[in-house]
Design a protein around this ligand. Structure first.
Ligand SMILES: NC(=O)c1ccc[n+]([C@@H]2O[C@H](COP(=O)([O-])OP(=O)(O)OC[C@H]3O[C@@H](n4cnc5c(N)ncnc54)[C@H](OP(=O)(O)O)[C@@H]3O)[C@@H](O)[C@H]2O)c1
Length: 359
């Protein structure tokens, strides 16, 4: 049986459920599952904070005996290995679902087609590929970690009309409106980490948390690139379990910060592939880079920016303001980092343009 319009409708709903897990399920993928019998939803689930229980487990528990003969819509191939929980493919088999519609296969070598094989071997009718593009987009962080050994990187720029993020004096509060900043906080809730350079740390002492009522517990891990080790115990992020990459050493300060729960990672901060690999090893899959201009430029130069969230306010700061993106030293236009516009949203008087890296 091929994928039907009804299948697409339920898969779209399952993707909506999966999205709830973004930012809180790493290192696991955010998955959604819907069980449908005779056209009615009998169970729904999504990956819970911390990555467990899995979406299928939650949906099957909700459906109980109604799962027998149902169609399961799952946004990522059900797992086939026994990890901290039994395999979801086996749970679907035991529950006697009749059909399973899967958006995309899971590239994790422990799964990688084995979940689908298990279901088919048990006589379950399996369809793979329903709303695959949306599922790839949703799982970009998880897929990047598995396939490339690094998290998804999105640069967040909050700039003037002319791409400036501060006056020459450093004054930057506020360029965008309250509506745009509120949306920026909602965006933070969908990421595992927020990264800034030491220039931004010293200039702004940002909290880098999620200040949307009801989402305060979804604040990502603050990450600081701080070669000269300028952070002090008085900085707000020092009280928030930040990860600090630093080159310069200072034993007394290191001990004080570690006592506060800061994770210190000594070594080169300019070698971004190594930095990102270390973040992936710590389980992070989605990172929002919130400045400043030098750090944005470093990610672009290294070809390590996958997406850009550009909040643009309707004011002009002029060429003497600080650029949202520092120098790139481009010799030719053909070498300019290139992004495709994916969506545009009005936020009060401002605009959010979301871009994805051009392949
Ligand atoms: N409007 C906004 O939304 C917004 C957002 C963020 C910042 N800002 C403004 O931007 C200004 C700060 O920007 P900035 O460009 O001066 O500083 P930045 O990009 O925040 O930080 C640059 C510093 O980070 C350190 N660093 C470590 N690893 C790095 C790497 N791989 N690539 C680049 N830098 C690395 C370097 O210091 P070491 O050599 O010591 O390592 C470097 O000097 C402030 O005025 C702030 O208010 C505005």
């Amino acid at each position: 049986m091929a994928v039907t319009n009804q299948d697409l409708k339920f898969m779209s709903a399952a993707l909506g459920l999966a999205r709830r897990g973004l930012g809180v399920v790493a290192p696991n993928p955010a998955v959604g599952c819907i069980l449908v019998k005779e056209g009615s939803v009998v169970g729904r689930g999504w990956t819970h904070p911390g990555g467990r229980p899995h979406a299928e487990t939650v949906a099957l528990a909700a459906a109980g005996d109604a799962a027998v003969g149902a169609t399961a819509y799952v946004t990522l191939e059900p797992c086939a290995h026994t990890g901290k929980t039994p395999p979801c493919a086996q749970a679907l088999i035991d529950a006697q679902v009749a059909r399973c519609v899967v958006a995309i296969k899971d590239p994790d070598p422990r799964v990688s087609g084995k979940g689908v094989e298990m279901l088919e071997a048990a006589g379950i009718d399996v369809e793979v590929g329903a709303m695959a593009d949306s599922a790839y987009e949703l799982n970009r962080g998880f897929l990047s970690k598995v396939n490339q050994g690094r998290p998804l990187i999105a640069l967040k720029l909050a700039s003037s009309l002319d791409g400036r993020i501060a006056l020459a004096s450093g004054e930057s509060k506020w360029i965008t409106s309250g509506e745009a900043r509120q949306f920026g906080h909602m965006l933070r809730a969908q990421y595992d980490g927020i990264l800034v350079g030491s220039g931004t740390l010293i200039a702004d002492d940002p909290a880098l948390d999620c200040r949307v009522p009801g989402l305060n517990d979804r604040s990502p891990t603050p990450i600081i690139l701080d070669g000269s080790f300028r952070i002090t115990p008085d900085h707000k992020v020092a009280r928030q379990g930040a990860i600090v990459f630093h080159t310069k050493r200072d034993t007394t300060k290191e001990q004080a910060l570690e006592k506060m729960g800061v994770e210190l990672v000594p070594g080169a901060t300019r070698d971004l592939p190594v930095v990102l690999n270390k973040l992936a090893e710590r389980g992070l899959t989605r990172i929002l880079v919130e400045g400043g201009g030098q750090v944005h430029a470093s990610f672009l130069k290294a070809g390590l920016a996958d997406a850009i969230e550009h909040f643009q306010a309707g004011l002009a700061l002029g060429g003497d303001g600080r650029a949202a993106i520092g120098t790139l030293d481009l010799a030719s236009l053909a070498n300019a980092p290139h992004f495709n516009l994916k969506s545009v949203r009005q936020l009060g008087p401002d605009m959010l343009a979301s871009y994805s890296k051009a392949e």
